[in-house]
Ligand binder design. Structure first.
Ligand code: ATP
Ligand code: SF4
Length: 327
């Protein structure tokens, strides 16, 4: 596998007075060139904190306690100097933030925002504008109109497509997209995802989606990592996870998606609320909400196991199956 990113044993904590929240707990994953993966989970499961760690920018007072992040099979990104980190991150890896359309500067025309990116990365401004024209056309936008517009003159869906075009300006090999379509209506969502899929295929870039809504991204990702309380609880090919999830939390997440047509009585939401990370004990973090909870779940943390179905799952229901996955 031509691996472009490898994350191993990533643990991120937030000190809160005398106590510490483990927002990300021993997370490992990798992504190959041209692959598209998603980190999926409820609010507070640690997805965005991982996204911030990918460019060593965890919000205060967060601390990366342990782990390694390697891009393009190189050295540990977390131990590089700032200049080397900047070369890797903004030039080979770029990020589209949550509600990215709001990250456009409202006071500057799009043309000026393209030129500012070019200047910051020592790229000729005319070359950058030509590139932006090409990218905006790929996004089904009129380049001249958009370049001359202020952000408020564009619709939400147009602004999101502009944000993605800006993220592609330096020809990245990986794009991290944190909830890229959450603020959009259903039609704009579908159009942005279709464009992202086309770009991935044309340029063979790798996409990492961060989302709470597996139904929205299931058509555009190859693999899914389901997160709960800072840990990956199940991972596997998207078709397997969507059609035949193994972990009780993944089952609940998939079961809570309403069908487009048909009987809504088949929709079974997850019971309870996301766990309070300050109250975690040594057992399974999902124990209080799990319909299948057993005595040992209260005391022993389940380890990740590779099942014969192809999925890897961290749940005591599968203790007799598969090999333990080592990180
Ligand atoms: P959302 O979809 O709502 O952004 P998420 O899955 O991306 O949720 P994170 O934003 O990564 O989750 O947050 C994970 C946990 O980390 C939170 O529940 C919170 O306990 C902790 N956390 C995140 N940011 C901070 C912060 N700045 N200060 C203190 N704790 C934080
Ligand atoms: Fe449920 Fe136990 Fe599996 Fe946790 S380990 S998901 S509590 S069955």
């Amino acid at each position: 596998m031509n691996e472009v990113l490898s994350v191993r044993g990533l643990t991120i904590v937030f000190p809160m007075g005398h106590r510490t929240i483990r927002a990300v707990d021993n997370v490992s994953f990798s992504i190959a060139k041209g692959e598209s993966i998603a980190l999926v989970g409820e609010s507070g499961s640690g997805k965005s904190t991982i996204a911030f760690a990918l460019f060593n920018n965890v919000p205060q007072p967060g601390i990366i306690e342990s782990g390694e992040i390697r891009y393009f099979q190189g050295g540990n990104f977390l131990e590089m100097g700032q200049a080397s980190q900047r070369q890797v991150f903004w030039e080979k890896v770029s990020m589209v933030f949550q509600a990215a359309q709001n990250t456009l500067n409202p006071l500057l025309r799009i043309r000026r925002q393209v030129e500012d990116i070019a200047q910051a990365h020592h790229v000729n401004k005319k070359v950058a504008i030509d590139k932006a024209r090409e990218l905006l056309s790929t996004m089904y936008l009129d380049p001249t109109r958009v370049l001359d517009a202020y952000p408020h003159e564009l619709s939400g869906g147009m602004k999101q497509r502009v944000s993605i075009a800006l993220a592609l300006l330096l020809d990245p090999e990986i794009i991290v997209l944190d909830e890229p379509t959450t603020a959009l209506d259903v039609i704009s969502q579908a159009s942005v995802l279709k464009i992202l899929n086309e770009i991935r295929r044309q340029r063979n870039i790798s996409l990492i989606f961060i989302t709470h809504d597996i139904s929205v991204i299931s058509q555009v990702v190859d693999r899914v990592l389901v997160m709960y309380a800072g840990s990956v609880v199940e991972s596997g090919l998207v078709q397997k996870i969507v059609r035949d999830p193994s972990h009780p939390y993944a089952k609940g997440l998939i079961g809570s998606i309403p069908p487009l047509v048909g009987d809504l009585s088949d929709v079974h939401g997850l019971r309870g609320n996301p766990v309070n990370l300050l109250s975690l004990s040594g057992g399974c973090p999902f124990a209080d909400r799990c319909p299948d909870v057993m005595t040992r779940c209260r005391t022993d943390r389940p380890l990740m196991r590779q099942l014969s179905t192809g999925n890897a799952v961290a749940c005591h229901l599968y203790d007799a199956e598969g090999e333990e996955v080592r990180t």
